[in-house]
Design a protein around this ligand. Structure first.
Ligand SMILES: Cc1cc2nc3c(=O)[nH]c(=O)nc-3n(C[C@H](O)[C@H](O)[C@H](O)COP(=O)(O)OP(=O)(O)OC[C@H]3O[C@@H](n4cnc5c(N)ncnc54)[C@H](O)[C@@H]3O)c2cc1C
Length: 482
């Protein structure tokens, strides 16, 4: 396809920029989208993108870039949008971010670029995420990715795990001329981006396009390889000749509350629930049938307040749930989910029961769950992380009838690689120890980053770790110094 004719706009005087309202993201109407898995946000048109880009104040010291874990040059790519050079803008983002169509959709911009945007002192911040998504999608439609052309170094790097941190390492190192092979335990590539985040927020074709681009750059992928079982990390280095290894295995082991009744039929971890929807294709109903997820007419609750919780409950609603509750033990101010997802979930009809936690899951006596006994909470003093601690209110117990409860209270490290790699240091929670600047582990030639080091965090933080790791792997491979 030929790129659209350039439509360069003249930048506005500073004061006028503040007067342009933030351009709304077109979206599917809430009462339609809560019955399908198609994407909620529909994306900016070129006209909307340019109007939004005109709002940028072009700060001398752009705090948006400083606060981006991968350092995307926001001011520069936004200027290119104003100038009508959308492909140039995409190329500018790609200098720092190998997954712009992903981060444009799921990054918690309010905590990074948009949270620090100078505009937000007076009006709404620049829609950096929406603009990033626009140019990434535009570039994809035009099919004009520029492939890097670098001489091979003869060095080989193994990347364990194909989530955003592993993909970032692979994308950065292939551009330095190293041979890169990604080993993935599952049959699908993409980590949480594919098996966790649902189609209505991050369509799978977006990940596939990014993966195709990486393949064309020369990255090799091998699925169904559980490092630590199929092959050990030592075998990769000593027998298969990898000069360095990056571990980006995520934190996918679900946690449960330890309350009575969690063994009952109808209780899922969010991880299992979302994996069934995403990888067993329940989201393509009625073409694919996943009988365990026939939620028609059932009352469903998710326990938790993060992105995972909202993804699970919004999916349950789309699969036919009659009532769909979020049970969260703190208040909305403490919810870790992205602000946009909370807003969308409310519009779709999710019932938020704040300051509420289950203490027992109730049974019909035949092994099936019939409800949750809950208590109301109040917030006390801040805990070690600075979040106010929930305290049960005595006498506040009540029973909520439910057929399905989904636990989304957090995940932890899967121990397979750590337990099969002698000398690889871990902390007391089982996460891999890695230097926060270089991502080096306690084993020479082995680097780690993303959720397997920090615990469950965000896509952009995992990518930031991947970038730092790629830089230090390159240093290690080119200088030989550890
Ligand atoms: C449902 C859900 C929604 C989320 N929504 C958001 C959001 O909107 N915004 C946001 O910023 N963050 C979100 N997050 C968090 C974000 O997805 C993670 O922080 C991020 O994916 C971590 O990236 P990672 O590369 O470290 O690990 P992962 O994405 O977990 O990828 C790790 C990969 O390693 C593979 N693996 C594990 N062990 C092995 C092994 N032994 N051998 C080979 N491969 C292995 C796994 O199968 C997986 O594919 C969400 C998380 C979940 C679960």
């Amino acid at each position: 396809m030929k790129p659209a004719a350039k439509n360069s706009l003249t930048p506005l005087p500073m004061k006028a920029r503040m007067k342009v309202p933030r351009q709304l993201m077109p979206e599917q109407p809430a009462n339609e989208r809560n019955k399908n898995f198609s994407e909620v946000n529909l994306g900016y048109s070129p006209e909307l993108a340019q109007q939004e880009a005109l709002r940028c104040l072009e700060c001398a010291k752009p705090t948006c870039t400083v606060n981006c874990p991968v350092g995307v040059k926001v001011k520069e790519f936004v200027e290119l949008i104003v100038a009508g050079d959308f492909l140039g803008a995409a190329a500018k983002i790609r200098e720092d971010n190998v997954l712009p169509a992903v981060t444009g959709r799921v990054c918690p911009q309010e905590d990074h670029c948009e949270g620090k945007c100078l505009l937000s002192k007076k009006v709404k911040p620049l829609g950096v995420g929406y603009l990033e998504r626009f140019v990434a999608d535009y570039e994809q439609r035009m099919g004009t990715h520029v492939l890097p052309n670098v001489p091979p170094t003869g060095k080989k790097v193994a990347v364990v795990g194909s989530g955003p941190s592993g993909l970032t390492v692979a994308g950065d190192l292939i551009q330095k001329g190293h041979k890169v092979r990604v080993f993935e335990a599952l049959h699908e590539l993409g980590g949480v981006l594919v098996y966790g985040i649902p189609e209505f927020r991050l369509p799978k074709h977006i990940i596939r396009q990014q993966l195709d681009y990486m393949r064309r750059m020369g990255v090799e992928f091998e699925t169904n390889v559980v490092v630590g079982r199929t092959v050990t990390l030592d075998e990769l280095m000593q027998e298969e000749g990898y000069d360095a290894v990056y571990i980006g295995t995520g934190a996918g082991l679900p946690q449960f509350m330890g309350i009575p009744g969690e063994h009952l039929n109808g209780v899922y971890s969010a991880n299992e629930f979302l994996t069934r929807i995403n990888l067993m294709k329940a989201y393509k109903f009625p073409a694919y049938d996943e009988p365990m997820l026939d939620l028609n007419g059932k009352d469903v609750a998710v326990i938790g307040g993060g992105n995972t919780a909202l993804d699970a409950i919004r999916s349950a609603l789309r699969l036919g749930a009659r009532k769909a509750y979020v049970l969260y033990r703190r208040s909305e101010a403490e919810m870790p989910a992205r602000a946009e997802e909370v807003h969308h979930a409310r519009q779709e009809g999710i019932d938020f029961q704040m300051l509420t936690a289950p203490v027992e899951l109730l049974s019909d006596g035949k092994g099936w769950m019939t409800g949750a006994r809950c208590v109301r909470m109040e917030l006390g003093e801040p805990d070690a992380q600075g979040r106010r601690r929930p305290i049960p209110l005595s006498g506040s117990e009540f029973d909520l009838p439910l057929s399905v409860a989904i636990m989304a209270i957090g995940t932890t490290a899967n121990p397979i690689v750590q337990s099969t790699t002698p000398g690889l240091g871990t902390n007391k929670r089982g996460y891999i120890q890695a230097d926060s600047e270089t991502q080096r582990t306690t084993r020479q030639g082995v680097f780690a980053g993303g959720d397997i080091v920090t615990g469950a965090a965000t896509v952009i933080l995992a990518m930031g770790a991947g970038r730092r790791a790629a830089r230090s792997i390159h240093d290690y491979l080119t200088t030989g110094q550890w």
